[in-house]
Write a protein that binds this ligand. Structure first.
Ligand code: ZN
Length: 239
């Protein structure tokens, strides 16, 4: 299975707390974590803000089963043509996983059709993700609740459409809640949004978080891929 990870790679490319936490970048922390627990041969390709125009081409997207998206400060610099191609490929069946601050990415907002804003503060508080559907494939092998040691607090209202599959709700020490574990269907594609993953906090070393991401890769991977979603003139099926 071909996995393409887009990581903006601005925070961790400079010395500071994000680089201290993820010295090789968030994209490598995710792929290394997933590779350790997944017996299937997953092939990873990486794109960053700097090279995304060259890496995320139509041909690459056609070969990609699941695209994972992490961005934060530079959403506005992502190429609109790349965004358009990604949305088309999701409609044609490509899986998409949007992590943490990717909620405000052009890709996620285009696919949701809403502002996708959250209420937030950054205290590194603990959170607890209560699983609502324990039969869902995305939480296979995961204990309920998922304990998050320290995260940026994302709280409701989250201005997204009503999720097609609401898998978990996060409780925060500060009293807030958040729908940060949801699946949306767009065309033939499935999109999983998952909130953990602030750049200076250790969520991508949390085995339960990695397990969820790995399960999600398999869940959103295409069942069927269509090359063209267009209209066709046809003759009646019955003469
Ligand atoms: Zn953050």
């Amino acid at each position: 299975m071909n996995i393409l990870i887009y990581n903006e790679f601005v925070h961790e490319s400079q010395p500071g707390p994000a680089q201290d936490m993820y010295p090789r970048g968030i994209h490598m922390a995710i792929s290394e974590g997933v590779s350790k627990i997944d017996p299937e041969a997953l092939s990873f390709t990486y794109a960053t803000l700097e090279n995304h125009r060259d890496v995320i081409t139509r041909d690459v997207l056609k070969q990609t089963h699941v695209l994972i998206w992490w961005g934060h400060m530079r959403h506005h610099l992502v190429d609109d043509e790349v965004v358009r191609m990604i949305c088309e490929e999701v409609g044609a069946g490509m899986g998409l996983i949007v992590l943490h601050s990717g909620h405000e990415s052009k890709v996620f907002r285009a696919l949701m059709g809403t502002r996708c804003g959250v209420e937030w503060y950054e205290k590194g508080d603990p959170g607890r993700i209560w699983i609502l559907d324990q039969t869902h494939p995305i939480v296979k092998g995961v204990e309920n609740p998922i304990e998050i040691e320290a995260e940026e607090t994302y709280a409701e209202p989250f201005t997204v459409p009503v999720p097609d599959e609401l898998i978990g709700i996060t409780w925060w020490k500060g009293g807030e809640i958040f729908r940060g574990m949801s699946v949306y269907h767009r065309g033939l594609g499935k999109i999983f949004y998952f909130h953990p993953g602030h750049e200076t906090l250790p969520s991508y070393y949390n085995p339960a978080v990695i397990r969820v991401i790995d399960n999600a890769i398999h869940y959103v991977a295409p069942v069927q891929r269509v090359d063209e979603v267009t209209s066709h003139h046809i003759e009646p099926h019955e003469k």
